[in-house]
Write a protein of this length. Structure first.
Length: 154
């Protein structure tokens, strides 16, 4: 029944078999990103969390994150790319050589929900959680809400 319900949802909402949506970037139309576009943008974002130089991190972050991004985590709510870059550097201090990988994605309109996977330098998976991103028409993250690691039971 679950498959049938999802199938009906897909039919009534216009989703295609491959979970893609049509991209609209014309003036006056809503910005819509596909799952593939959201994945690529987010993949570029999580690359900034790797053990890289501060200069490289700044360059990568500037390419993918809007300067005035709205940023919210379980620890704080603030805005600005600088705060995110500071969190990235602090992560490398706490988890040297650690990084994040993309687990999955679901996008509609200009918003995507993505699963992040935290990986230690030795390859061990430490945690999984979620981020919600909103993407501008020029492909930059303008809103980022990070959720703590997922709990398998409430």
């Amino acid at each position: 029944m679950l498959v049938l319900c999802f199938g009906l949802f897909a039919i009534t909402t216009g989703c295609r078999e491959n979970n893609q949506q049509t991209v609209h970037r014309d003036k006056g139309k809503a910005n819509v990103i596909t799952n593939q576009e959201a994945w690529k943008i987010y993949e570029n974002y999580v690359d900034c969390w790797k053990a890289i130089s501060d200069g490289r991190r700044m360059t990568l972050a500037t390419d993918v994150i809007a300067d005035n991004v709205q940023y919210s985590t379980p620890r704080h709510e603030s805005g600005g790319r600088e705060t995110i870059i500071e969190d990235m550097a602090a992560f490398q201090e706490r988890v040297p050589g650690g990084h994040f990988e993309v687990g999955d994605v679901s996008a509609h309109h200009d918003v995507a929900l993505l699963t992040w996977v935290m990986v230690q330098a030795d390859g061990a998976i430490v945690a999984r959680g979620h981020d919600q991103i909103r993407v501008s028409a020029d492909g930059k993250i303008v809103s980022l809400i990070t959720f703590a690691p997922s709990a398998s039971t409430p």
